[in-house]
Write a protein that binds this ligand. Structure first.
Ligand SMILES: O=P(O)(O)OC[C@@]1(O)O[C@H](CO)[C@@H](O)[C@@H]1O
Ligand SMILES: [Mn+2]
Length: 446
């Protein structure tokens, strides 16, 4: 891996700043998440015994002791350690650690409270994975599975409403006018945007699900969309410039399982059903990540559950999604880069294969807050700096971030807009109440 530039741009958010959201996350929310992981492993003790006998119990104990040690390292601001579990991303992580040690001047200075928040928060999830992975036979256990499945079941009513909305559109035999198609596209894009409100890591695993009809709620949410580039997304999707030989491809870089994933699948179904895309590539995580993020297992499970639902339109959607996958119209991809702590501007150098793959898309939708933090480098940018500027050359294809605000980074606002919000609602950047739809078109012809 070539050396990356850690020093590009404004300073990274960090728990160094006492009282900041990053500080409160490292101090309170991250230890709480580790405690919940320990609880979840402990609750499954009987299951491990049934499956693996005494070996399962021993592994449970060892994993819990790894995790207790990890929690102590966070709480006492210990140096970040090298990974030792031999997984394929170990070198990338350890090289990244060395870069930080070089920049910060010593091994001791790279620690939970002194280093960039983005780095240490990602590292915590990787260490949780290490604790599981190093302890066979429970090494395939998803410590966040219960929360993800619960959030799916608890959003059932909203899922039914959304699937019914989609199937009603499809049933209408008339070819929709371009205006109607646009209106419905905007609706489903916004539903997918607000689906991002339902992540479990911001609430440290507390219940967080969608109860109402997501489409009907949209007009009330409009004032909370601070930047709305959806017209540009539409233009990118409907321009004739795209690759007509192999068809139009939309990539969705997924965020959370549960209701958010349902909103993404419905949007993807709409794009294909109304010929706005010929192919959808979904990108997920290769191990459990940030409490609620989608893994391959979650993706398959969600489609299976949707198919099996006891509701005509919901199960019809599930059957259609399964068929899209079988026919190769939809495909699921994971790449180790998505679970590294790197800013996306380093992708071209640090994961050139993924960057090249993304270049094949006509549009990339980046879901959620963590993807926004990685797009912007999780830095203390001025609110008015442009989205184009902070991407710092990351432009594999036309791209759009659909994100509800849950971290102190926001760019592309009007002069005074951020300051006004700060004076009215001090926690506007972290409450999940506000959102952005931010688009970027590459400067050079792809
Ligand atoms: O990417 P997502 O699921 O929208 O949000 C992830 C998240 O909850 O995790 C961090 C909190 O610890 C924040 O960056 C962010 O709010
Ligand atoms: Mn997430």
């Amino acid at each position: 891996m070539a050396s990356a530039k850690l020093n590009h741009g404004a300073s990274p958010l960090s728990a160094k700043v006492v009282g900041s959201f990053a500080y409160l996350t490292v101090k309170d929310r991250m230890p709480t998440i580790i405690t919940k992981v320990i609880d979840s492993i402990h609750r499954n003790k009987n299951k491990f015994f049934e499956e693996y006998g005494e070996d399962g119990i021993e592994a449970e104990k060892r994993a819990i002791s790894f995790l207790s040690k990890l929690r102590n390292e966070v709480q006492t601001d210990k140096p970040i350690l090298e990974l030792t579990d031999g997984l394929r991303d170990v070198d990338a992580w350890n090289q990244h650690l060395q870069r930080h040690q070089t920049v910060q001047g010593s091994k001791e200075s790279v620690s939970w409270f002194k280093s960039p928040w983005l780095y240490v928060e990602c590292y915590m999830y990787r260490r949780i994975q290490e604790a599981i992975w190093l302890n066979p036979p429970i090494n395939e256990f998803d410590v966040f599975n219960e929360g993800k499945t619960q959030s799916f079941f608890e959003s059932q009513q909203a899922t039914i409403a959304l699937c019914t909305f989609l199937e009603t559109l499809k049933k209408d035999k008339d070819i929709p006018s371009k205006n109607l198609l646009f209106d419905n596209f905007i609706k489903l894009l916004q539903v997918s945007l607000w689906g991002n409100k339902c992540d479990l890591s911001i609430s440290a695993g507390q219940e967080n699900y969608q109860k109402d009809s997501p489409v009907e709620a949209l007009p009330n949410l409009k004032p909370f969309v601070l930047v709305d580039d959806s017209h540009m997304v539409w233009a990118a999707l409907t321009s004739s410039k795209s690759n007509t030989v192999s068809g139009k491809r939309v990539d969705i870089v997924l965020d959370n399982a549960g209701f958010e994933l349902v909103t993404d699948l419905v949007l993807a179904d709409f794009l294909v059903s109304f010929c706005l895309a010929d192919e959808i590539h979904f990108h997920g995580k290769s191990f459990p990540w940030f409490v609620s993020d989608v893994t391959a297992k979650d993706f398959e499970w969600t489609i299976r559950q949707t198919m099996a639902a006891n509701h005509k339109w919901m199960s019809k959607c599930g059957v259609q999604w399964k068929k899209y996958l079988k026919d190769g119209v939809w495909s699921y991809h994971d790449h180790p880069f998505w679970t590294l702590p790197h800013e996306f501007c380093d992708m071209a150098v640090d994961a050139p294969d993924l960057y090249t793959k993304l270049k094949g898309a006509d549009l990339i939708l980046f879901k959620g807050d963590l993807n926004y933090r990685k797009l912007t480098g999780d830095r203390d940018w001025d609110f008015t700096v442009s989205f184009d500027t902070v991407l710092r050359g990351f432009e594999p294809s036309p791209l759009c971030s659909l994100r509800t605000l849950k971290a102190n980074v926001q760019v592309g606002l009007q002069p005074g807009q951020g300051e006004r919000l700060t004076s009215q609602e001090p926690n506007w950047m972290t409450s999940g109440k506000y959102a952005v739809i931010q688009f970027h078109m590459p400067h050079v012809e792809q």
